[in-house]
Design a protein around this ligand. Structure first.
Ligand code: FMN
Length: 504
């Protein structure tokens, strides 16, 4: 059976987002130059249906939230990381289909007809070096080794048939391209625009595996791929649009950038290679795709939310390797999804919170670790701040380790190192915790009349007021206070140090 070429297309996912209340549709005309401001201000994904003079349909922010990513996996929010891990361990095949069966080859533009001005490149941050498409996923097959690679790369408009891409940071594509320049050869690549968030997760993994297979695994289904018309590189047949071509053999030679980066600052201008376009292909009803890479609120960026999910996978794996099973893990998108990590433990043994902190300091991207007890929701900033106040003493529970390797983009790094910090906000749990160490909040009660009177309910031992309320099947409580008063007047009632009531 042929894989379904509608299920993972971007337009289908946008409809999923609409169904779960995560999408706002904007039908009024929006200029390309105002697009980014609208996206950055938005708390939902956006579907613009009238952008620029060409009236483009453009989706934005489709991966910018855990609810959206969970929807891409088809699971509940808290399950997304577990489903992601399950799929990473379950291979799926790539199935090659002919061009005629590939919706992304419905329209093919080659030769003199190629004009990148027909695509919605737009200015994204105030001081960016030019107009960009920010959602490129590059597919390549290294001619020297046969290795199949994917990654995300921003694309800067340069001319009718040339673009620039940023290949300065360490990456598999950079290594393969640099080797091809040394051989004096061009390096063929196809950029895919308009993809499921799942494909972005695959593209941002740096694994020593066949990354086309990795993409199929993360989709959780066999994936149809079609060979490029002009460069033979396979790409998902269900994509919205592709730009085929090659990086030329002349190497790093032109300035690209600056461009807003994931830490919230500009990446400086770099010397980068030039990409030559040999074909543009797209669906008949192509849906264009953009995302904000940086911004004032980094938590709203697609990249932060994608990174958070992948960081959580690394954290679960690192802790399980250290024989620690956390209750919950959270990487905060507000920190760009990498540096700030929280872990909840069930009744941690003495020293276990510190063991978590030192295990996670070994992860290059993690810089701050907060460890809490399981009664604190690691995804809730208010609860975590409560624990950082109520269960933390800076002179005893703070761990600072300087001189560890820094993330390459960390703006606070010096000599490529950074100091990492751990907050042990766990509170040792004595078997019989005194009342002033018990958290105070209301809980749902399930009154079910098991005792006929307060005296009968107290006959088996001390009870808190709420336990009396449940045992008497009461949904009020004032009548219980009156019965207690009667027992008190009869000289039969006492209180425990905890405040529980008991019979003399
Ligand atoms: C939206 C987005 C845009 C990105 N743009 C770039 C980029 O322009 N250049 C780059 O080197 N990395 C970029 N990255 C990070 C790479 O995609 C990531 O490091 C990837 O693992 C590289 O793949 P590779 O090592 O298989 O080549 C981007 C990531 C995201 C999420």
């Amino acid at each position: 059976m042929q894989p379904d070429t509608e299920k993972f297309r971007l337009r289908t996912f946008v409809e999923t987002l609409r169904r779960i209340g995560e999408l706002e549709q904007i039908d009024e005309p929006v200029a390309l130059a105002e697009l980014s401001l609208r996206i950055e201000a938005s708390t939902t994904a956006k579907l613009f249906t009238c952008v620029g003079p060409q009236k483009y349909h453009i989706a934005a922010g489709v991966a910018a939230g855990r609810k959206r990513l969970a929807a891409a996996f088809g699971v509940a929010e808290r399950e997304a990381v577990h489903e992601y891990m399950r799929r990473l361990g379950t291979p799926q095949p790539v199935v090659e289909v002919p061009s005629a069966d590939a919706p992304v080859h419905a329209v093919v533009v080659t030769g003199e007809d190629i004009d990148l001005n027909t695509l919605p490149f737009h200015l994204q941050h105030e001081f960016d070096g030019g107009v960009y498409i920010s959602t490129g996923i590059d597919f390549s097959v290294d001619p020297a080794t046969g290795r199949r690679n994917i990654g995300c790369r921003r694309l800067m408009l340069r001319g009718r048939d040339t673009m620039q891409a940023n290949l300065t940071s360490e990456s598999d594509l950079k290594r393969a391209y640099t080797a091809s320049v040394q051989r004096g050869e061009r390096y063929p690549v196809t950029f895919v625009i308009g993809s499921s968030p799942l494909d972005f997760l695959a593209a941002t993994q740096r694994q020593p595996v066949d990354e086309f297979d990795l993409l199929a695994a993360i989709r959780g289904e066999p994936t149809a791929m079609v060979r490029g018309i002009t460069n033979g590189i396979p790409v998902p047949a269900d994509a919205e649009l592709t730009i085929e071509g090659y990086f030329d053999e002349l190497g790093y030679r032109e300035i690209e950038g600056p461009y807003g980066e994931f830490y919230g600052f500009y990446g400086p201008p770099h010397t980068d290679p030039v990409f030559h376009v040999t074909a543009i292909t797209h669906r008949h009803d192509v849906l264009h795709h953009t995302l904000q890479h940086s911004g004032k609120l980094i938590a709203r960026a697609d990249g932060s939310n994608l990174a958070a999910l992948s960081t959580e996978v690394s954290v679960w794996r690192a802790l399980r390797a250290a024989r620690i099973e956390p209750v919950a893990v959270h990487a905060a998108p507000a920190s760009n999804g990498r540096p700030h990590v929280r872990v909840a433990l069930r009744e941690p043994r003495p020293g276990q919170a510190r063991a978590v902190i030192s295990a996670l300091f070994a992860l290059p991207v993690v810089k701050q670790v907060v460890v809490v007890d399981e009664d604190v929701d690691v995804c809730n900033d208010d609860e975590v701040l409560w624990a950082m106040n109520a269960r933390f003493r800076a002179d005893r529970d703070l761990i600072v380790t300087p001189g560890l390797p820094a993330n390459y983009a960390d703006p606070m790094a010096e000599d490529r190192t950074i100091a990492k910090v751990g907050f042990d906000c766990t509170k040792a749990a004595p078997a019989d915790r005194p009342i002033d160490e018990v958290r105070a909040f209301s809980v749902p009660l399930a009154p079910q009349r098991r005792s006929a009177s307060v005296r009968e309910a107290l006959a088996s031992g001390p009870r808190f007021f709420s336990e009396l309320l449940v045992a008497l099947g009461s949904s009020d409580g004032r009548e219980i206070a009156m019965e207690l008063q009667t027992l008190r007047e009869a000289g039969e009632l006492e209180r425990m140090p905890s405040g529980a009531w008991y019979l003399r």
